[in-house]
Design a protein around this ligand. Structure first.
Ligand code: C2E
Ligand code: CA
Ligand code: CA
Length: 743
């Protein structure tokens, strides 16, 4: 099968005809990764064959693909998909259940901090591990090429099962070793066993392979990293310090040519590695070895190389799991550990944690660009480091948040403010930064680093609510309130799921005729303890969590149902007002769900009114206008709720397509007050009337309020004076009563 350069081959479940192609399976739940990967490799011919791509967007889909495509050569596998472990579980399935040992597996992850368990790499013969950002076109190319080479060898060697098993086993063994020295010793041991000789041998590598070795070594500055048998005394010597010319020359030749050197009494094998010079293993074969297949030896070396790369890689990933390279500071994980450690120490002088958050960082990023934002973070980090290290532990916790751990005396808020008083020099210009700081004393918090961070961010939120550039201390009761809210939200979610919420209906009355015109639907929640939780408590929670969307849809349907039921019983032409929160209003499918509710309940849309607050109306001209227009096109009315509390501009309101305004109950209450507040109340009602809309007043409790409202020209009223919010049964009784009185 030939592939044009740009031709992308889309494959379905059927097996692909495969002579002369390599099948590459891409498993990732991110479509962009599929596209980018395929794009990077499209049209390449590797080891004489073109590539064919198979795609799976979940582990489940990958299983299906593999069941019919057992000859996949390379699997590029996302670690985290449906679940945290979906990737590794799939590997287990491939190796154990499908018993596919040949496909080479390259794990990929989006999170640089996430390193796979060493045991998983070992047990499942994972061949490579990359973060997605590492997979540039050229790196992807070399990675896939190496994997294909290995696959090709395995495939050709398939006949020699025993040899292969030994190799896989050897690599598994090798990956047990942590650290390069132990690994090297393992290589000699495995190599000797593989060739079938005593383990008299040594392994040479360039010094800077060992990262902690630091300095760069000269080109031929190799040292003996591991040795076994009679060569043991050579450990740590430089290559040119080895006495035996035979050993020395073989190693030199092997390293210089980067290939194996076979001699009568020895074999010196070369192991290449990604991004470094590779290493050489010399082993005595003083008696003639059993003839081993040189190709098998090749596979052995290739796999040992991959093991070495993996060990290198895992070390590097472990390192980046604790370090933030952008700003050169330890990261959140490291910070949490440091605080954990401070707890472990008992009475620790470092008993304060301060969280520093840049105000408006998102806006800065948007206005000046991400590069600018990065520079600002670097500048901030370096100033914090300069001022507070080594007296404190400084880390970057997340995007624009830094954490400090130290003694109280070292972390005074004024010290921090001083650090940020001077503008930061970014691209030659000064930038002033405002910060919010949350401060926690470890003895007030706990039980560990995670808990402390949580409490510190509660305090930081309080600081932000205060004003710019302020700080707040965490106190246990604050945390209690936050936890209380979380608990309440969980209960509310449960109550909603279990249909424990219900609606009550409050009548609305025409001032002149005294007839009932309709109802407002209000939500009620009786919690597990049987107490009513006021809507003013739970509605804001529901709005913050998004739960209001589902709840709002539910009460809308419930209210329309109740209205239809009443109509069926003869209470016709009454309207139903339903409150709609800003969160619902913003949902892109709001109009659809409205339409659907009307269709499902069969209520005439003219009988439905939506109450929106002024804050919704002010959300943004065109969007709001368009949505309101669509609502009214459907025949539904719109009222402005809590009128007078939102300070919205009247000229703006007068341009919106509205039907009614609802005077907030606070103004109705104020009517019974002294001169000033009375005048304000009067004014608000007059303002409402000036909009040429119908006016309803809510919260009417006294006859005095009612007669004043009538004087002012208010059309309708709602309040305890007439009827409380009631469940449908009480509402029926109330309606009968009212009809008997007023017709
Ligand atoms: P709201 O929309 O202004 O609702 C009117 C509130 O005034 C209701 O309080 C009602 O019980 C109360 N009220 C009625 N007549 C009188 C009276 O004569 N005197 C006094 N003092 N109060 C009276 P409720 O039911 O506690 O609801 C409070 C708020 O919770 C509502 O204010 C509304 O903002 C919100 N809410 C209630 N149900 C829903 C809902 O289904 N969806 C949304 N988004 N919000 C709701
Ligand atoms: Ca309302
Ligand atoms: Ca209201």
């Amino acid at each position: 099968m030939a592939l044009d350069d740009d031709e992308l081959l889309i494959l379905d479940d059927e097996e692909v005809v495969t002579s002369g192609v390599w099948k590459i399976l891409i498993v990732d739940d991110d479509e962009d990764v599929h596209i980018a990967t395929e794009h990077a490799l499209a049209g390449e011919t590797l080891l004489g064959r073109s590539l064919v791509f198979l795609h799976a967007h979940s582990a489940a889909e990958a299983r299906e693909r593999l069941q019919v495509n057992a000859d996949v050569a390379v699997i590029l596998l996302d670690v985290v998909m449906e679940t945290q472990h979906a990737g590794l579980d799939l590997v287990a399935y491939i190796r154990r259940d499908l018993e596919l040992s040949m496909p080479r597996i390259i794990l990929r992850t989006g999170q640089p901090g996430y390193a796979p368990e060493l045991t998983a790499v070992r047990d499942y013969d994972i061949n490579d591990y990359k973060t997605k950002s590492e997979l540039t076109r050229s790196k992807l190319y070399t990675t896939v090429l190496a994997a294909l080479r290995s696959f090709d060898q395995l495939r050709r060697m398939d006949a020699n099962r025993r040899g292969l098993e030994q190799i896989i086993e050897a690599c598994g063994e090798l990956l047990h070793e942590s650290g390069l020295k132990a690994f090297s010793a393992g290589v000699i041991r495995q190599l000797a066993a593989f060739i079938g000789v005593e383990s008299d041998g040594l392994l040479c590598t360039q010094v800077n392979l060992d990262r902690r070795g630091g300095k760069h070594a000269g080109d031929d500055d190799y040292i003996v990293l591991a040795a076994a048998g009679r060569y043991e005394p050579l450990i740590g010597l430089h290559l040119n310090q080895i006495d035996s010319p035979r050993v020395r020359d073989s190693l030199r030749l092997c390293l210089a040519r980067q290939q194996h050197v076979f001699e009568r009494e020895s074999q010196t094998l070369y192991f290449s590695m990604q991004g470094s010079r590779g290493f050489a293993a010399y082993i005595d074969t003083s008696r003639p070895t059993s003839v081993i297949d040189s190709r098998l030896l090749e596979v052995f070396c290739a796999n040992v190389s991959i093991c070495a790369d993996n060990i290198n890689l895992i070390n590097r990933l472990k390192d980046s799991a604790y370090f933030d390279h952008l700003v050169g500071l330890p990261n959140r994980t490291a910070f949490v550990q440091a605080v954990d450690h401070a707890y472990g120490e008992g009475a620790n002088p470092w008993d304060y944690v301060v969280l520093v958050d840049i105000d408006q960082f998102a806006e800065i990023n948007n206005a000046f660009g991400h590069e600018y934002g990065d520079h600002l973070l670097e500048a901030l980090a370096s100033r914090l480091k300069q001022r507070f290290e080594p007296d404190c532990f400084v880390a970057r916790i997340s995007g624009d948040t830094f954490g400090l751990l130290g003694a109280e005396a070292a972390l005074k808020p004024e010290y921090l403010r001083a650090v940020f008083a001077e503008p930061f020099n970014i691209n030659g210009a000064g930038h002033v930064v405002a910060i919010s700081t949350g401060i926690v004393r470890l003895t007030d918090s706990g039980p560990d680093g995670q808990g402390v961070l949580k409490d510190a961010s509660i305090a930081r939120k309080l600081a932000r609510e205060k004003s710019v550039n302020s700080d707040a201390y965490y106190a246990p009761h604050i945390g209690f309130q936050a936890k209380e809210r979380t608990r309440l939200l969980q209960q509310l979610q449960g109550a909603f799921d279990l249909d424990r919420l219900f609606a009550v209906y409050q009548p609305q009355i025409d001032m002149v005729t005294r007839r009932v015109t309709g109802f407002e639907a209000l939500m009620r929640w009786r919690n597990d303890a049987g107490e009513f939780v006021p809507p003013d408590h739970f509605i804001p929670l529901a709005e913050q969590s998004g739960l209001i969307v589902g709840m709002g849809d539910w009460i809308l349907r419930d209210a329309l149902h109740a209205l239809r039921q009443l109509a069926a019983e003869g209470w016709r032409d009454l309207t139903m007002s339903v409150n709609v929160s800003a969160v619902q209003f913003r949902m892109p499918n709001f109009l659809d769900s409205l339409r659907q509710a009307i269709a499902d309940t069969g209520v005439a849309p003219q009988l439905l009114e939506l109450e929106i607050t002024e804050s919704v109306a002010m959300m943004g001209q065109t969007v709001v206008e368009e949505t309101l227009a669509s609502i009214r096109q459907m025949g539904i009315s719109v009222a402005i709720d809590d009128f007078g509390t939102g300070f919205s501009s009247l000229s703006y309101l007068s341009n919106l397509p509205l039907d009614r305004i609802k005077i907030d109950r606070s103004f109705v209450h104020a009517m019974s007050g002294d001169g000033d507040s009375r005048r304000i109340a009067d004014l608000v009602i007059q303002l409402g009337r000036n909009l040429n809309l119908r006016v309803i007043a809510e919260g009417v409790e006294t006859e005095a309020q009612a007669s004043r409202l009538l004087e002012l020209g208010c059309h309708e009223v709602q309040g305890f004076l007439y009827g409380r919010p009631m469940d449908p049964d009480s509402l029926r009784d109330w309606l009968k009563n009212w009809k008997a009185l007023y017709g």
